[in-house]
Design a protein around this ligand. Structure first.
Ligand code: KIV
Length: 275
């Protein structure tokens, strides 16, 4: 899967599937399942590192997790988020940091949050050979500006701005754009307007593809799960049951039993005992 396949899938009206992953086993599972692309999202700050939002995530965090994910992939495209303030200060910073994600961490593309205001940076990255995925709507790095994780594009002015942002990203050379928590009707208008694919999350099913956070999708945590995600498995409950069984086995059932127990040869044991 590469940037051309993204465009091809849209042309052929075939949906694009993306899931986040943050480590080797998650990446391997997604790749083995046949996912089109894996996103090392800066959501890792919340679902892996326990922060309240994505603001504290650093370049070093992204590089470490992206490296692990890249070792788990064979077929899927690897897209890595650029964390807060790694691309907003200057285009020079953006180039240096995007370059690190590709060169050190194995990313095939990077994702930046924002529309018109980052279009020049996107253009320069693409000119230099760095594929860029855009991300507009409820962009988590702007959580303080929005006053919370709130749906965007619900007023005429907001919707018009998002349409302009999507156009600006396409013109700048982005190969696709994520639409996060925007009304389905707006997502449909943008998807029809653009020739690059739109990837929705909490944006209804009229986008050209979908992205989901793997911990929500597979029920890996007991905590809050956003309304727009669907639990396709319950790994938390399965893990809890397995761990309880392990505790019971150690405490009450003589685990490990003979079948997994290593032994010394009699003569070796006798020698040892002789001192
Ligand atoms: O960080 C992330 O996981 C994301 C997706 C929700 C699109 O940006």
């Amino acid at each position: 899967m590469n940037v051309n396949d993204f465009l091809k899938k849209k042309k052929e009206n075939r949906k694009i599937t993306i899931v986040t992953a943050y480590n080797y086993p998650m990446a391997k599972m997604a790749d083995d399942a046949g996912i089109d692309a894996v996103l090392v999202g800066d959501s890792l700050g919340m679902v892996m590192l326990g922060y309240d939002n994505t603001i504290p995530v650093t370049m070093e965090d992204m590089i470490m997790h992206c490296k692990a994910v890249s070792r788990g992939l064979t077929n899927a495209m690897l897209i890595c988020d650029m964390p807060f303030m790694s691309y907003q200060v200057s285009t020079k910073d953006a180039i240096k940091n995007a370059g690190r994600l590709m060169q050190e961490a194995g990313a095939h593309a990077v994702k930046l949050e924002g529309g018109k205001e980052i279009a020049d940076t996107v253009k320069r990255l693409v000119e230099l050979g760095i594929p860029v995925m855009g991300h507009i709507g409820m962009t988590p790095q702007s959580v303080y500006k929005f006053g919370g994780f709130k749906a965007q594009g619900k007023t005429v002015a907001q919707a018009k701005k998002l349409i302009e942002d999507a156009r600006a990203l396409q013109e700048a050379g982005a190969f696709s754009v994520v639409l996060e928590v925007v009304p389905e009707e707006l997502a449909e208008i943008i998807s029809k307007e653009l020739y690059i694919p739109t990837i929705g999350i909490g944006a209804g099913n009229k986008c050209d593809g979908q992205v989901q956070v793997i911990t929500d999708l597979l029920g890996m945590t007991a905590g809050f799960v956003p309304k727009h995600s669907k639990k396709m498995a319950d790994l938390y409950s399965a893990g809890l049951a397995g761990l309880k069984e392990y505790i019971d086995a150690v405490e009450n059932k003589g685990f490990p039993d003979e079948s997994t127990c290593p032994h010394l040869k009699d003569e070796t044991l006798n020698e040892i005992k002789k001192g």
